[in-house]
Write a protein that binds this ligand. Sequence first.
Ligand SMILES: O=C(O)CCC(=O)C(=O)O
Ligand SMILES: [Fe+2]
Length: 206
Amino acid sequence: MLKGARVELTDLEVEALGTRGFFTRPFFIGNEAALAARAEALARAESGVLHAAGIRRGADKTQDSSVRGDLIGWVEPEPDTALGALRERFALLGRALSEGAYLGLGRFDLQLACYPGGGAHYSRHVDAFPGQSNRRATAIWYANEAWKTEHGGVLRLHPKDLPPVDIPPMLDTLVVFLSERIEHEVLPTHARRLALTAWFYGRDSG
Ligand SMILES: O=C(O)CCC(=O)C(=O)O
Ligand SMILES: [Fe+2]
């Protein structure tokens, strides 16, 4: 990966974002950088620092994994690591989305999510609710080498008035969508599935 290289959106990506609300890019950082970032993400997942996402239910605050079955953790990597370089690419992507697609994005959070397999999934949802100034754009980067169809775990997007679109979580695939507009879900996953998600907030939000 070239240090400091710009991230630019293609005309097709800008158009897709405007009309369908999402685009995908099959190779975001290149194979070598992707393998290095994957290794660091995997090490984090295996170190036990991630915690069950779930959905809190009732007074006893038990985790309900019938809605989402992933383990998550925020990622604030050191700059001179592979995940640090990936984070920088996300920052450049945010700038490109602001300049190229006029999204007016500001800061972003970066999260590592691991679906352990065994049918873990995430039910259909939106990442942000319309009208509130919160998450505007979601960018997800997948870290799974040799992902097979039988592993399931596709991201299913539900663009308005269009048929659903399935995206296999293959190494170095990037998907970007409008957080308020695109309903989506993770279908049951039968192998360990790693993803890094950046949620970009509006420039006007705190
Ligand atoms: O990992 C994915 O493909 C999507 C996860 C998701 O929708 C979320 O964490 O909000
Ligand atoms: Fe989501």
